[in-house]
Write a protein that binds this ligand. Structure first.
Ligand code: FES
Length: 151
């Protein structure tokens, strides 16, 4: 069963649906996608990741995996936007699953990280001084582990 949620994008940028989290990822051209807030490595919060200097990947704050923005966009939910209002379809979300709209700080929408900072990619997207922990261009590349296994 699917649910429909109406978001006021001036007030909300995050949807919590049961144990699933989604956040509004804004592209360089201003287009927005409601994407899964879930790193394919071990479920970390991609909303708190930063763009690499080339703007093509997000660096997960938990273990440094770099996830392609295109792969993250492919996790997007169907969304129709009109001005500041967005209508979103939450698939497989029964009526008894709690859905909450919140506003949180989304670091993924900040400008790309400084290429001179240790651990950052170089300006051409190559590995920086500390090198990447991993790179995921397609979220299907890594097996997903349930959050409970992170402890
Ligand atoms: S959970 Fe994202 S790098 Fe490990």
């Amino acid at each position: 069963m699917s649910r429909i949620v109406v978001m006021d994008l001036r007030e909300h940028n995050t949807v919590l649906a049961g144990h699933d989290r989604y956040f509004v990822l804004v592209g360089p051209d201003g287009d927005s996608h409601l994407v899964r807030d879930w790193c394919p490595h071990r479920g970390g919060p991609l909303s708190l990741s930063r763009l690499t200097p080339d703007g093509r990947r997000l660096t997960c704050p938990w273990h440094g995996t770099k996830v392609g923005v295109a792969a993250v966009r492919r996790t997007g939910l169907p969304m129709v936007r009109s001005g500041d209002e967005a209508i979103v379809l939450l698939p497989d979300t029964p009526d008894d699953v709690p859905v909450t709209l919140v506003h949180k700080r989304i670091l993924a929408n900040l400008p790309p990280e400084d290429p001179d900072r240790p651990g950052s990619d170089g300006p051409d997207g190559s590995a920086g001084p500390a090198g990447p922990a991993g790179t995921v261009e397609d979220c299907a590349e890594l097996p997903a582990l349930p959050c409970e296994e992170q402890r």
